[in-house]
Design a binder for this molecule. Structure first.
Ligand code: NDP
Length: 334
């Protein structure tokens, strides 16, 4: 298949790109600058241009951002939309988070419907942020659950703004398909915190993606006095999530479905223990085993059976994930 992948410079998209190539697909990826596009090609020197190229989309929140990009010869068969801001350094929640997430999603769907009739499947990276109900967790989370966040709550603080951006964007995508009855079928992927090896271009460790920052901070001794009290959360390895995206465009039964893609519970203490076990030289940077400050255990349960049954996912362990992430961070200078 020929696939359009948005946000190719991102942490998750870099892994999706490699999985797409491994599965024999041709990829055109969007990036915000020539420099970012060139870096991707430099990292794939042996891959011919017909299999991998890039186009510039500076801002997905702009009207018509994808109008020309979705037109290609030969035409695209599928689209994977990952681009969306995931950080909390915001000054204006609407401009910095909500607009790119929501308008970015509706613009690409509109453009595909108008100008890319060959596209049969679109997969969108949503999030557990669009599932969770942080004020009132159900006993078990599944694809049936939706974050009930309102626009008023969306403007309260950066975390609520990010969660709302993902919720409203995913809702907008399903509404579009229901109302517009386009040429393609939709699948959405809802991962919680995503950890894993960094293979995208990083200017510095400070520029690391938001979710892996937790592992970088443990390695750099930032949790040495106390484990940051973030509670128990759920996670997934980026390589499993990348496979999930590719399967979501390949497998007929994935059409019209949401996928809750998680490997299970973890906490900062578990991450510190994986580092301690596999990198004894890092022990002086880690909090002692007896350190208080983090909650262990399951606050809620999760049902990931759909992702296992339909996408055939087999989830990697936290130890494998943390080990490979730390190795990749050592390679970029940590
Ligand atoms: P990254 O920050 O590494 O990637 C985000 C990508 O989106 C980058 O390529 C970025 O481009 C691009 N982007 C952001 N805003 C714009 C914009 N206005 N116009 C054009 N491109 C834009 O984050 P992740 O890889 O972690 O996230 C990718 C997706 O996965 C997002 O949709 C995120 O919400 C979702 N997700 C991530 C989770 C995680 O734990 N990492 C968990 C759940 C969902 P540039 O680099 O040039 O700014």
């Amino acid at each position: 298949m020929k696939v359009l992948l948005t946000g190719g410079s991102g942490f998750i998209a870099a892994h999706i790109l490699d999985q797409l190539l491994e599965h024999g697909h041709d990829v055109v990826t969007t990036v915000r600058s020539e420099e970012k596009g060139r870096k991707i090609l430099e990292n794939h020197k042996g891959v011919p241009q017909r299999k991998l190229s890039y186009v510039i989309v500076k801002d997905i929140a702009e009207e018509g951002a994808f109008d020309e990009v979705v037109v290609s010869d030969p035409p695209f068969d599928a689209v994977i939309h990952t681009a969306s801001p995931y950080h909390f350094n915001i000054t204006d929640p609407k401009k910095d988070l909500l607009d790119p997430a929501i308008i970015g999603t509706t613009e690409i769907l509109k453009a595909i419907k108008a100008s890319a009739p060959n596209v049969k499947r679109v997969a969108i990276t949503s999030s557990f942020a669009a599932i969770t109900n942080p004020k009132n967790h159900p006993r078990i989370y599944s694809e049936e659950d939706w974050n009930p966040v309102t626009m008023e709550e969306a403007l309260e603080d950066p975390v609520s703004s990010y969660r709302a951006s993902k919720t409203f964007a995913e809702r907008a995508a399903w509404d579009f398909v229901r109302n517009e009855k386009p040429n393609f079928e939709l699948a959405t992927l809802c991962p919680p915190l995503v950890f894993g090896p960094v293979i995208h271009y990083l200017n510095s460790l400070q520029a690391i993606n938001t979710s892996n920052a937790r592992i970088r901070d443990s390695m750099q001794g930032k949790m040495i006095d106390e484990l940051a009290p973030t509670g128990s959360f759920i996670w997934v390895d980026v390589r499993d999530l990348a496979i999930a995206h590719v399967k979501a465009i390949e497998i007929p039964e994935a059409a019209g479905k949401r996928f809750f893609v998680t490997a299970g519970h973890t906490c900062n203490r578990d991450i510190a223990e994986c580092i301690r076990k596999n990198f004894p030289e890092s022990r002086s940077q880690l909090p002692p085993e007896s350190t208080e400050g983090d909650i262990q255990g399951e606050v809620y349960k999760y049902d990931n059976s759909r992702s296992r049954k339909i996408l055939g996912l087999e989830y990697r362990s936290l130890e494998e994930c943390v080990k490979d992430t730390v190795k990749s961070l050592h390679a970029v200078g940590a």
